[in-house]
Design a protein around this ligand. Structure first.
Ligand code: G6P
Length: 367
């Protein structure tokens, strides 16, 4: 049953390992002949999507990181203007809502107080609302015009894992169906759908890195600080990796867009502050290595997750973790997996309560 850990020591680990199956569940009934079926979003979906001029995404926590990635997709793949903001900021400031705004909430529980309040506050000023949600019949599902369920199954671990990767699958599908009204061509759609179908197998390959990640976790367990770097869609992935580490291992983890490293955080890096970089391609790696040259001199340790064909030289203070080759569009989803495993193994080494971290709740339904 869902409330059974089975062979796993913790729900979090079980949920991490469910990701090949649940990401499949998030797309399989929604694609046909290499196209996304927009009826999956509800009866009135097509009529609503026809009128969308821009998108406002609202979410909290891990779901917010999914929203940040979606913004890169909406604007970068389809030319849809897209804003994203955490619910607790959006709801407490005067906002300007332009005509034709589709309000998209992202929530595992569908009950997060700030996200729900944000929707209720703007309901009569928006074109329509869509929620990407994991809990059927939850408040956000009931109160939104359209919904797309993430189909991840019950998530018990407080630190969100499979809800996040299935949210990303749903957000890719959303980018495609709305993108058709913008500049997403049929050829591009076909290419995206064919990529999505590779996802379960790629996640499986990423899970096979578990043993290496467990070794890597030893470099973190005794540390008090760490830095996560990424660029583009991998910047929110770095944020999510840092959030996971904070949540369950209580290690201070900060995420930065790689290009900002030299504008401050580089001053902090020494042997006591390991740096994790999610850097699938070379564009960012070369600059990063140059930046970190001085850091290795001070004993700084860099852990790079990179594509296997990248030929990143491991060396003094540089550890390379080879990721499977994959279509660029899947990188934020697949690169998330080893970061989830990293936080898990660090927490286990530290002996923290992995599934029930101190001070945190699974869903924040009151303020
Ligand atoms: C809490 C949970 C997080 C979650 C966030 C948003 O902080 O501990 O894991 O990301 O709420 O929750 P939601 O259910 O709206 O996605």
């Amino acid at each position: 049953s869902a409330a059974d850990k089975g062979q796993f020591k913790h729900f979090m680990l079980k949920e991490i390992y469910e990701q090949p199956a649940v990401t499949l569940a998030a797309f399989q009934d929604r694609i046909q002949d290499a196209m996304v079926n927009e009826r999956a979003f509800g009866e009135q979906a097509s009529a609503i999507f026809d009128q969308v001029k821009q998108i406002q995404i609202i979410a909290c926590g891990t779901s917010y990181h999914a929203g940040m990635i979606a913004k890169y997709w909406m604007e970068g793949l389809a030319g849809i203007p897209c804003h994203v903001e955490v619910a607790s900021e959006y709801r407490y400031r005067p906002v300007v809502i332009q005509a034709g705004t589709l309000f998209v909430s992202i929530s595992q529980s569908g009950e997060t107080a700030d996200t729900l309040a944000a929707l209720r506050d703007v309901k009569d000023q928006i074109l329509a609302s869509l929620t990407i949600c994991n809990v059927p019949g939850s408040s956000l599902v009931r109160e939104s015009d359209l919904f797309l369920m993430t189909n991840a199954g019950p998530e018990i671990g407080v630190a969100s894992t499979k809800a996040f990767t299935t949210q990303l699958v749903c957000l890719l599908l959303t980018t495609v169906v709305i993108g058709r009204r913008f500049n997403m061509t049929q050829a591009k759609e076909r290419q995206i759908v064919e990529s999505i179908m590779l996802l379960p197998a790629l996640i499986e390959q990423a899970l096979a890195m578990d043993v290496d990640i467990e070794k890597m976790s030893q470099a973190f367990a005794e540390k008090h600080h760490s830095l996560f770097l990424g660029r583009g869609t991998l910047y929110p992935v770095a944020m999510e990796g840092a959030l996971k580490l904070k949540e369950i291992s209580y290690i201070h983890a900060e995420a930065y867009p790689a290009g900002e490293l030299k504008h401050g955080p580089l001053a902090l890096v020494d042997k006591d502050m390991p740096v994790v970089a999610v850097a699938p391609r070379n564009d960012m790696l070369d600059k990063l290595k140059a930046n970190l040259q001085e850091v290795s001199a001070r004993g700084g340790e860099l852990f790079v997750f990179a594509g296997c064909t990248q030929k990143v030289q491991a060396g003094d203070g540089i550890h390379v973790l080879g990721m499977p080759e994959m279509p660029e569009i899947l990188e934020p989803i697949v690169y998330t997996i080893p970061l989830q495993l990293l936080s898990y193994h660090v927490a286990v080494l530290k002996g923290t309560d992995v599934d029930q971290p101190r001070n945190l709740a699974k869903s924040v339904t009151v303020e």
